[in-house]
Design a protein around this ligand. Structure first.
Ligand code: IPD
Ligand code: CA
Ligand code: CA
Length: 274
């Protein structure tokens, strides 16, 4: 099944790479504030879904652009797809974007691929078999102190509901680290945690397709992921903290004082993650 996910990601990557050479010719529409979609997102998603369903016609799909297909009530196999994570970067010719494909089996993440077609970097994982970068085994970093850590994040840019809480976290985290990065593709950010390029990561308001593949990469690389309190609601609620085990714990401690009721695992979110 990982082979099919890799094949689908590479096919989508070919479409993305071809279009990257002619960005001016692209038709782009706006879904909402700062939320753009191009014909490339749709074409990449179509080829991914076709590749999967040709092989596994009875599997279910949850994809960013076309929504759901097949049984969604406790599906045995559910593919979670972001055909182009980092569309804003792509549209600006900023080569930090990815194809993200994950497979859940009975509600548990089972296979994952995150692929950056701009530099041909492919991150893949199978449950119980570790995580790989271009066929080389990867592990999360070994840094034990937040003070030595490079941390990734995503700034709010569409939904500003949690801006104040986010900025309070940022103000508290930034001076305790060696640096913060915001490259603009959450799926790649999580893959970078798995590969030890970052020691930790946090973001508010993501969608399942931004996170699913990256989460399996991290756990298979020996890291931890959770929501802003470290609980396992991150995929459903969209708020995520990730890192190597030591840095994960330290990030949670710094974030804790800035949590509003809507940002806790049990609180009613003020807006649903879109
Ligand atoms: C976005 C990217 C970005 C993150 C956003 C996502 P998209 O995905 O992952 O890094 O900050 O929250 O929505 O819309 O480009 O697929
Ligand atoms: Ca995305
Ligand atoms: Ca996308």
């Amino acid at each position: 099944m990982l082979t099919i996910a890799v094949k689908a990601a590479r096919r989508a990557g070919n479409i993305i790479n071809r279009s990257a050479q002619n960005l001016d010719l692209l038709h782009v529409s706006q879904k909402s504030h700062s939320d753009f979609v191009s014909e490339v997102d749709g074409a990449a998603e179509e080829v991914i879904i076709k590749t999967i369903l040709d092989m596994y016609p009875h599997h279910s799909i949850l994809a960013e652009e076309s929504g759901t297909r097949g049984n969604q009530v406790k599906p045995e196999f559910l593919w979670i797809i972001d055909p182009l994570d980092g569309t804003t970067n792509f549209l600006h010719g900023f080569p930090q974007y990815s194809v993200s494909i994950a497979l859940m089996h009975k509600g548990v993440l089972n296979q994952a691929v995150v692929y950056n077609p701009a530099n041909n970097e492919l991150f893949a994982a199978s449950r119980g078999h570790g995580a790989y970068f271009n066929d080389r085994r990867i592990r999360v970093s070994k840094r034990t102190k937040l003070a030595d850590s490079l941390i990734g994040t995503g700034f709010p840019f569409r939904d500003f509901t949690h801006m104040d809480a986010y900025m309070a976290m940022f103000k508290d985290i930034a001076p305790r680290t060696v640096g913060i990065r915001r490259p603009g593709s959450a799926a790649l950010d999580l893959a970078y945690v798995a590969a030890g390029r970052y020691d930790g990561f946090w973001e508010i308001g993501l969608s399942p397709w931004d996170m699913a593949a990256g989460c399996l990469l991290i756990t298979e690389a020996g890291g931890l992921v959770g929501d802003l309190e470290g609980n396992e609601t991150h995929i459903e609620r969209g708020n995520i903290v990730a890192g190597n085990p030591k840095v994960f714990g330290q990030l949670l401690q710094v974030i804790a004082p800035h949590l509003t009721p809507a940002l806790t695992s049990t609180g009613v979110p003020s807006t649903a993650a879109s």
